[in-house]
Design a protein around this ligand. Structure first.
Ligand SMILES: [Fe+2]
Ligand SMILES: [Fe+2]
Length: 355
C-alpha cells in the first residue's frame, strides 16, 4: 500500500485523528490514534512541525460518525459475562477471571478500531441489569478516551478490566438501597459510599488482576480537588485510569433512567459535567477529550437555536459536535444552516432527543 499523504499543519482541524505518531527530539509527542485538540495543533506549530499523517483526512464526517464504540453482540456478551461475575463476586473462579481478562482485551480491541467516534447512543436499560450495563458503557467510553490520550496497550487493557469491575463493591450494598425510589438517608448514603473500599478489597483477593485494577475500584469517586471519597485523594495522587473512569461514570449515571430520576439529555449532562458545581473536580485533559467525543445533539433531534428558531439536526460536524448542521422547514421549503460556519448562532436546547 502506498504511504498515506502528509497533511500540512495549517490545514489541521481539531478532532483530526493521527494515523502515525508525532516525534519530537526523539520523544513521542503524540501517539497514533490521538484526536488532536486545539492546543495540540498550537503545540505542533510552536515546535515547527510542518506535517502529520492523519486517519482519513480529518474532514467533517457527516453521518459517517460511528455513534457506539461497541457492536450489539459484544455489548450483550459483555453484560452477560459481567452479570455472572458480579453475582459470584465473593468467589470468582479462575474461569470467570480469565473471561473478564479476555473480555477486557476484546473491548479494547473493538474500541481502538472506532476512530470516527461520536458518542451518541445510550444503551437501553432495565433496572435488573443496570450495574452491568453501566460498567460496559463506562468501559467503552473510557477506552475511547484512553486511546486518544495515547495510553499504552497494557494501560488500556487495565483500564478496560478496571472499568468492567469498578462497581463490583456495589454487590455488598442491598438492592433495597440501590434501587430506592426516594433520596437516600445519611445512613444509606454512608453504606453506598463504602462500595469503592469493598470493591478494591474483593479484587485484591484475585491474583489475576493488576493492582491498578484495584486502584480504579477504590478511586473512581475521588475528585481532583480532594472533595471525593473514600480517601479524599487529590490531583496526581489519583491514578490516571481512575480519573478517566470518574468523568465517564458521572456521565453514564446522569444519562440513565433510575428509580429516583429520569434520564438526562446529553446536552444537559454535558452542561452539568462542565458546569460550576463540578469546576476543578476532573482532570482537565481527560475532560477535554471527553467533551470532544460526546454528541450533545444527535442526528434527528429537534432543537432550538439562538433566536428561538426550531429545526432538526441533519448532520454532524466531526470537528465540533456541538455545532451540527440544522435543517429548517417553512412553507414546505427546506433550508440548512451549518453552525460551524455561523459562530454567532448556537443550539440552545434539545426539544426532542433522537434515539
Ligand atoms: Fe461507583
Ligand atoms: Fe459506576
Amino acid at each position: 500500500m502506498p504511504d498515506k499523504p502528509r497533511t500540512p499543519i495549517d490545514q489541521l482541524q481539531p478532532g483530526a485523528v493521527l494515523e502515525k505518531p508525532v516525534f519530537h527530539k526523539g520523544r513521542t509527542l503524540f501517539a497514533a490514534g490521538r484526536t488532536l485538540l486545539n492546543e495540540d495543533i498550537q503545540e505542533l506549530k510552536h515546535l515547527h512541525i510542518t506535517t502529520v499523517v492523519l486517519r482519513d483526512s480529518g474532514t467533517p464526517a457527516g453521518d459517517k460518525t460511528q455513534n457506539d464504540p461497541l457492536s450489539l453482540d459484544l455489548r450483550k456478551q459483555a453484560t452477560s459475562i459481567l452479570r455472572n461475575a458480579y453475582q459470584d463476586f465473593q468467589n470468582l473462579n479462575s474461569q470467570q477471571t480469565s473471561e473478564i481478562l479476555f473480555l477486557g482485551r476484546r473491548l479494547h480491541d473493538e474500541v481502538s478500531h472506532a476512530t470516527k467516534l461520536g458518542i451518541a447512543v445510550h444503551d437501553l436499560r432495565d433496572y435488573s441489569n443496570y450495574t452491568y450495563q453501566h460498567c460496559v458503557n463506562v468501559t467503552a467510553i473510557s477506552l475511547a478516551i484512553g486511546v486518544r490520550l495515547g495510553l499504552s496497550k497494557e494501560e488500556l487493557n487495565n483500564l478496560s478490566v478496571g472499568g468492567l469491575l469498578h462497581d463490583i463493591g456495589k454487590m455488598m450494598v442491598s438492592e433495597k438501597i440501590l434501587n430506592k425510589e426516594g433520596p437516600l438517608t445519611d445512613e444509606e448514603m454512608s453504606v453506598v459510599r463504602q462500595h469503592p473500599n469493598w470493591g478494591s478489597e474483593l479484587l485484591q483477593e484475585q491474583m489475576d488482576f493488576a493492582p491498578v485494577v484495584w486502584a480504579i475500584a477504590r478511586q473512581h469517586h475521588e475528585y481532583m480537588d480532594g472533595s471525593g471519597y473514600p480517601d479524599k485523594l487529590s490531583g496526581s495522587d489519583i491514578h490516571i485510569l481512575a480519573r478517566i473512569i470518574t468523568v465517564v461514570d458521572i456521565w453514564d449515571a446522569l444519562r440513565s433512567k433510575r428509580p429516583h430520576k429520569a434520564a438526562w439529555n446529553p446536552d444537559q449532562a454535558l452542561d452539568f459535567i462542565n458546569g460550576l458545581t463540578m469546576v476543578g473536580k476532573f482532570d482537565p485533559e481527560v475532560l477535554e477529550i471527553f467533551n470532544a467525543l460526546i454528541v450533545p445533539y444527535p442526528v434527528g433531534s429537534k432543537v432550538m437555536i439562538t433566536g428561538g428558531k426550531v429545526g432538526v439536526v441533519a448532520a454532524l460536524n466531526f470537528a465540533e459536535f456541538s455545532r451540527p448542521i440544522i435543517r429548517f422547514e417553512s412553507d414546505g421549503k427546506e433550508s440548512y444552516l451549518d453552525l460551524l460556519e455561523r459562530k454567532s448562532v448556537k443550539v440552545i436546547k434539545t426539544l426532542e432527543l433522537a434515539t
